[in-house]
Design a protein around this ligand. Structure first.
Ligand code: DGL
Length: 287
């Protein structure tokens, strides 16, 4: 695999890179920006190759590694994979094999670990439900991480293959979308009626919250990741002042997409909550 070059300009402060397969990471970025308004952020959505959820391990790894390198090449010292599928299928290899070779001082963080810490603390019944993409569910990342941190908790997962395409195509909030949402939510709750904590294990799903809520009993908590990730990043920066010093703080945000700027701008507002100006970034591998 040929990768984009690294920016070797040393420790000059740079933005925090935020990566997602498409628009979903913007729900996370929105919270990050509101919690850390003075920090610079560089968002990259691989919209041209989204969704990642149904792609194989090696392909998700390749695409994610390429995106991380591109963000490093643009001066980021810290990259957040604001995508469960990329966190599940690529993070470990990038952290353990790639970073020591590429540059041991840079960091890549995912969304699964901080999410698990929070949902494990939240459940009272000890039964957690995970809604995610087929990639995230098949990787068993949540099940394994929960077992590691909370061995007594029972985890049940449901793959929702159509949810990301529904969101990416703005086909939600209607009867057709609700049919699939109800089907997946019912499947999950039927398999474990003791679930009291339901995780939206995909950064696209907060946009479906209203529909999901219709099919979930009111005593079941629905947890989405945007707030969790922003709290955990704030905590990380507090505990790692050496990294915090390498992040530029001029309140600057830049958005990159592998799709056309026009398409990205048209749809991104919905996820980010305000209008965005984007630039096109071509990545190497064809979709
Ligand atoms: N937002 C990504 C996630 O959290 C969506 C995955 C996809 O592209 O299918 O998993």
């Amino acid at each position: 695999m040929s990768l984009p070059p690294l920016d070797r300009s040393g420790a000059a402060p740079g933005p925090i890179g935020v990566f997602d397969s498409g628009y979903g990471g913007l729900t996370v970025l929105r919270q990050l920006v509101s919690r850390l308004p003075e920090y610079d952020f560089l968002y990259l959505g691989d919209n041209a190759r989204a969704p990642y959820g149904s792609r194989s391990f090696p392909v998700v790894y390749e695409y994610t590694a390429e995106a991380v390198r591109a963000l490093f090449g643009m001066g980021c010292h810290l990259v957040i994979l604001a995508c469960n599928t990329a966190s599940a299928k690529a993070l470990r290899t990038i952290q353990q094999k790639d970073l020591p070779r590429w540059d041991p001082d840079r960091r890549v963080l995912g969304v699964i670990r901080p999410t698990v810490e929070e949902i494990g603390r939240h459940t009272r019944s000890g039964h957690i439900g995970i809604l995610g993409t087929p990639g995230t569910v098949l990787s068993e990342s949540y099940v394994l991480e929960i077992r590691k941190l909370y061995p007594e908790v029972i985890t049940t997962q449901e793959a929702c293959p159509l949810w990301v395409p529904l969101v990416e195509n703005l086909e939600y909030g209607n009867e057709g979308a609700d049919y699939f949402i109800q089907k997946n939510v019912r499947n999950l709750l039927r398999r474990d009626p003791l679930i009291d904590t339901l995780l939206l294990g995909c950064t696209h799903y907060p946009l479906l919250l209203e529909s999901i809520r219709k099919f979930v009993p009111s005593d079941v908590a629905i947890i989405s990741q945007d707030r969790i990730v922003s709290e955990s990043l704030t905590d990380y920066l507090r505990r790692h002042p050496e990294m915090d010093d390498r992040i530029r703080k001029a309140g600057f945000r830049r958005f990159l997409t592998t799709e056309t700027e026009e398409l990205f701008q048209e749809r991104a507002t919905l996820f980010f909550g305000s209008a965005v100006q984007a630039d096109h970034l071509p990545l190497l591998h064809p979709a």
